[in-house]
Write a protein that binds this ligand. Structure first.
Ligand SMILES: Cc1cc2nc3c(=O)[nH]c(=O)nc-3n(C[C@H](O)[C@H](O)[C@H](O)COP(=O)(O)OP(=O)(O)OC[C@H]3O[C@@H](n4cnc5c(N)ncnc54)[C@H](O)[C@@H]3O)c2cc1C
Length: 255
């Protein structure tokens, strides 16, 4: 039986390990951090797990819901109506419904019309090609106007991407809006977002338990430092030593 090493115990690495161990392959998962979960990991504060980064799922995230179902956790997902606010001009504005947009004074009527029509068009577009080679900052300025970029998108992009804010491809925003549009009710007026009771770490822990139960091993705090070709397979160098693998599946972000 071929031996497989998975690099990274985020959701991708653990789900790959789940599927491989299900099929009977010996799998060892290496994770550089002391715990599993990757970007969806938690820290414990006051005895409670707190997510390192904010997370929710959309109703369109059906693969996640199916996985939760498989692990007996789908009933633990709570679907709550979302609320949005935008901080601009020294105050917080309610945002995300037609009424709140009408009351949003930082934009004039023409800006609002351009914002709504172009966002609806984006949510309905199914072809990624027109958004591949253009930065979102440029696309938005051209189609929605400078004021929309300055008061709505610009601050969000700077918060999320910092110095790369002007370089993020429009395809990223298009896909976000496309998926988000599918998390809205049919009228388009309301949106529900899913949260796991007790944090998303519950899914990570269930994955780890299942992988271990199926014979896989998890090596946390033991990063992969080098992978070398070795005949038909590989030698995997980790902080604690080295081992041989027939296949290596890298589920870590590109540096
Ligand atoms: C602020 C923020 C908010 C987000 N909000 C949402 C949201 O609301 N909804 C949503 O669906 N997604 C959200 N995401 C995205 C989501 O967190 C990621 O898409 C998902 O967790 C990625 O999982 P992954 O397994 O592909 O990668 P990661 O979680 O990055 O896992 C990769 C793992 O590889 C490990 N690793 C790296 N190098 C090595 C090495 N050399 N050896 C061993 N291990 C290594 C890392 O430590 C990490 O644990 C958000 C992300 C961020 C940052």
């Amino acid at each position: 039986m071929i031996e497989i090493t998975v690099v990274g115990a985020g959701l991708a690495g653990l789900t790959a390990a789940l599927r491989l161990t299900e099929r009977g392959y010996p799998v060892r998962v290496h994770e550089r951090y002391p715990g599993a979960g990757g970007l969806a990991r938690t820290v414990t504060i006051g005895g409670e797990p707190l997510e390192v980064f904010y997370h929710h799922i959309f109703t369109s995230d059906t693969a996640y819901v199916r996985l939760a179902q498989e692990l007996g956790l789908d009933r633990e997902i709570e679907w709550l109506p979302s609320r949005m606010g935008i901080w601009t001009g020294g105050r917080l504005w309610d945002f995300g419904t037609p009424g709140s947009l009408l009351r949003f004074r930082p934009l004039g009527l023409l800006d609002k019309v351009r914002f709504v029509t172009s966002t609806l068009r984006l949510q309905r577009a199914t072809d990624a090609a027109p958004f591949e080679d253009v930065p979102a900052s440029q696309w938005i300025r051209r189609h929605q106007g400078e004021r929309v970029w300055e008061s709505i998108w610009g601050p969000l992009f700077h918060q999320k991407f910092d110095r790369y804010a002007d370089q993020v491809a429009m395809v990223w925003l298009w896909r976000k809006l496309y998926l988000r549009g599918r998390s809205r009710t049919r009228s388009g007026m309301g949106e529900r977002l899913g949260y796991m009771r007790g944090s998303f770490d519950r899914l990570t822990s269930a994955l780890v338990d299942r992988v271990r139960g199926q014979g896989g091993t998890l090596h946390t705090g033991d990063p992969v430092q080098r992978i070398e070709r070795d005949g038909d397979g590989f030698t995997v160098h980790t902080r604690s030593g080295r081992h041989r693998a027939d296949l290596v599946l890298v589920a870590a972000p590109v540096p």
